[in-house]
Design a protein around this ligand. Structure first.
Ligand code: IFM
Length: 450
């Protein structure tokens, strides 16, 4: 019997600290993060990972999603760092000890500085360099990792790096955006094959579980800001197709459409992805909705000035997180339905809220998990839920102020304190377990708590 995976997710650069060999480290030094903040030692997870995994297990979690930082493993091109590999080996040992099934992500926004200097994922040989790293990891650590995300949020990555300027290199370069989409798909397909090829012998507590490789894909529920406005209505549909569907179609072996007419040139098809399915599951990262705005002259924080379009993530008076992202649980159900049309198993690889005071998180969890329970009850094959994030962490261009954690981190002392909402999450997990429910969990179990 496969039990439902209850997890929390993190990423290397956001928690480990001292990732001095990646592009973010350089970008932070150039002052691109709000207030000139730098990731520094972050949450010092590099030293405290044992304590942190124990905290995860204290909440009753049975899985942990983390990323393997390429720049630590290969700080210079072709130089493999043994110590870093050993650290990840220890992390996996600790997962096993704490009974947390590991889900590893191989690219979570950061890239080694040397790779960025050769063009990163916009360069034609990106796939080969990434695959070399994947081979190294799969060969050395793979036998004990049953679940893999080759890429985290490839569309957020491309938009942030080459259109929206919130990830390095942070320039408006539509041709590179197009090339990066294509190369990321090539890299994914190659990593997908490499992991399956390289890991023949499985070991550890999950050795009998099928090896599953997918991506963690961010889906946004797009709406026109003014429903009557024909350009906004049309653009919302185009963005849905570009941002949400293009990767799902590509993973399903369908025709790829990584372009937007008049903005992002359509790249050539990646032949090796056509006519075959290159994912064993789809990971859904869901947070909020996005209102598309057409304003030929105005410039907003979220709108690159080069195009007359902007995005906002909530309307005035709409309940929203500290980051101003609308709380919209129905959107989770909607996006799961979109992904489920591709007939692959699903994991909710991220869902969470920035809520420093912890006064919205409990309700957020309750409403999103209720939507999830209904869909599982309907028969949609959803195999796990990972809350973002286990700990407060470095929220990229925003710095440390957004607080997503089940555990609050006090950045002076680095003390971790459990949030009340995390105890609520624990209660849900316990109730689910006590009812001894196999998948799909019965709604009754959730109703007891709701
Ligand atoms: O912190 C990020 C994470 O790195 C990717 N998904 C969204 C999270 C919240 O913004």
């Amino acid at each position: 019997m496969t039990s439902f995976l209850w997890g929390a997710a993190t990423s290397g650069h956001q928690i480990e600290g001292n990732n001095v060999h990646n592009d973010w480290w350089q970008w932070e030094a150039q002052g691109f993060v709000e207030g000139g903040v730098r990731s520094g030692i972050a949450t010092d997870h590099w030293k405290r990972f044992r304590e942190d995994l124990k905290l995860a297990s204290d909440l009753g979690l049975n899985s942990y999603r983390f990323s393997i930082e390429w720049s630590r493993i290969e700080p210079k091109e072709g130089t493999w760092n043994r110590e870093a590999l050993d650290w990840y080996r220890e992390l996996i040992n600790e997962c096993e000890k704490q009974k947390l099934l590991p889900m590893a992500t191989l690219h979570h926004f950061t890239i080694p500085q040397w790779f960025s200097e050769t063009g990163g994922f916009a360069a034609h040989d990106a796939k080969d360099k990434f695959t070399r790293f994947v081979k190294h990891i799969a060969g050395h650590l793979g036998s004990r990792i049953p679940l893999w995300c080759t890429l985290n949020e490839p569309m957020v990555y491309v938009v942030g790096a080459y259109l929206g300027k919130f990830l390095p290199p942070g320039r408006f370069l539509p041709k590179r955006a197009s090339a990066a989409c294509r190369n990321l798909l090539k890299a994914h397909v190659s990593a997908y094959e490499m992991i399956h090829r390289q890991i023949s012998k499985r070991e550890g507590p999950w050795k009998n579980r099928p090896l599953e490789v997918g991506i963690a894909h961010n889906l946004l529920d797009f709406h026109p800001d003014r429903p009557w406005h024909p350009i906004e209505a049309w653009t919302a549909r185009i963005f849905h197709r570009f941002f949400n569907l293009s990767w799902l179609d590509a993973l399903a072996g369908r025709k790829q459409h990584f372009g937007v007419l008049g903005i992002i040139p359509y790249p050539k098809q990646v032949k090796e992805a056509i006519g075959r399915v290159t994912a064993d599951f789809i990971g859904v990262n869901y947070y909020t909705k996005a209102y598309v705005q057409w304003h030929p002259l105005a410039k907003t924080e979220n709108s690159p000035s080069e195009i007359p379009l902007g995005l906002t993530f909530c309307r005035r008076k709409e309940p929203a997180s500290d980051l101003g992202w609308a709380i919209h649980p129905k959107g989770l159900a909607k996006m799961i339905r979109v992904a489920s049309a591709y007939k692959l198993p699903l994991y909710i690889t991220e869902n969470g809220i920035a809520d420093r005071k912890d006064h919205m998180r409990k309700d957020f969890l309750k409403k999103h998990l209720f939507e999830l329970a209904k869909l599982i009850h309907e028969g949609i094959d959803i195999r796990g839920y990972y809350y973002w994030s286990l700990l407060d962490n470095f929220e990229w261009i925003k710095g440390f102020w957004p607080r997503f954690g089940l555990y609050a981190v006090e950045y002076q002392s680095l003390d971790r304190t459990v949030r009340k909402s995390a105890l609520y999450y624990k209660q849900i997990i316990e109730a689910h377990r006590q009812n001894n429910l196999s998948l799909p969990p019965q709604l009754a179990c959730f109703k007891k708590i709701f």
